[in-house]
Ligand binder design. Structure first.
Ligand SMILES: Nc1nc2c(ncn2[C@@H]2O[C@H](COP(=O)(O)OP(=O)(O)OP(=O)(O)O)[C@@H](O)[C@H]2O)c(=O)[nH]1
Ligand SMILES: [Mg+2]
Length: 294
């Protein structure tokens, strides 16, 4: 077999485990994850290169019903436009759960012109593996993918087997990106995302949904990375939630974000966070553009 390389889209409704699986497949944390739907907002490439192949995974925002806000339209477009630009699609669903949003994704899959591997994720939640069979049957009645693959994104054996399956469909060609590339996004982008991940994870149900992170300062000071980031929220009440009682929430988020940034950047990090109210940013296309949403 000659060298193989290609783009592999990771598609599905929110919260099915697309970013978790992407990180597991490349063996590195790059794309942020949380138990909350709509964690991923931007398409991101996560690249795994070996001597034999280069897999360029395209993690996408979950496709959802959404409302009229500009950011929802942006997220759905980021996902649906990816479908036509790749060599393989991994379509993720969650075992035992079929929602209106999955049906919406199905509509897109019916139009796909490349191999679709339908991944039935989170099977570790089942008491026994054969409980997956009725679900596979139900899905099989709706759609015939190129391959049907039940897995748990948390299990190494499963992700290794999925990688081998992907190789059956990956085109023979030279690398698309330099072998040492891991993403198409800037370091600064990933840093802002890692901070947003901690916010998503800690703010639970009172999460100020429309929150974003802007990097204001990003400087190398000797061996230390100095980062100042501004958290934009919509309302004063949300600002209070993010800061928490006596500033405890913001402090906790800062500590955890700094630790994960030090792992990612492999250097010491000095992180300063502050919160600003910026009304209407998520619904204003111009504000989206100024924050780097294209
Ligand atoms: N039990 C179990 N949980 C999983 C598995 N894969 C992912 N999860 C969890 O599911 C939740 C959502 O995971 P994400 O990877 O953020 O999901 P996503 O599809 O990228 O979500 P969006 O970016 O919001 O569209 C997280 O709490 C994960 O830990 C799995 O195989 N088994
Ligand atoms: Mg995601």
């Amino acid at each position: 077999m000659n060298h193989q390389a290609g783009f592999i889209a990771v598609i599905g409704r929110p919260n099915v485990g697309k970013s978790t699986l992407t990180n597991e497949l490349i063996g590195q944390k790059l794309s942020i994850t949380s138990h909350r739907p709509q964690t991923t907002r931007h398409r991101i490439h996560a690249i795994d290169t070996t001597d034999d192949y280069q897999m360029v995974f395209v993690d996408t925002p979950g496709m959802h019903m959404g409302n009229a806000k500009a950011i929802n339209a942006y997220m759905n477009r980021a996902a649906s436009s990816t479908i036509n630009d790749v060599d393989i699609i991994l379509w993720l669903v969650e075992v035992g759960k079929w929602t209106k949003e999955d049906a919406r994704v199905l509509g897109h899959m019916r139009k796909a012109e490349v191999p679709v591997i339908l991944c039935v994720n989170k099977i570790d939640k089942l008491k026994s593996n054969h409980e997956v069979l009725p679900f596979l049957k139900k899905i099989g009645e709706k759609y015939q993918p190129s391959a049907l693959f039940p897995l748990s994104a948390f299990k190494k054996n499963d992700t290794n087997a999925l990688r081998r399956l992907i190789l059956k469909y990956l085109p023979e060609q030279e690398n698309i990106f330099d072998a040492d590339y891991i993403t198409d996004r800037s370091e600064k982008f990933v840093v802002a995302e890692f901070i947003r991940e901690k916010l998503m994870r800690h703010l639970e149900d009172e999460l100020p949904y429309d929150l974003t992170v802007e990097i204001e300062q990003y400087e190398l000071d000797g061996k230390m990375q100095r980062i100042a980031a501004r958290i934009l929220v919509e309302k004063n009440s949300q600002k209070n939630i993010v800061i928490g009682k006596k500033g405890e929430m913001l402090k906790l988020i800062g500590t955890e974000a700094r630790q994960s940034l030090e792992d990612f950047l492999e250097r010491k990090v000095f992180l300063k966070l502050w919160v600003k109210v910026s009304t209407g940013w998520s619904d204003d296309k111009r504000a989206l553009l100024s924050l780097g949403y294209d």
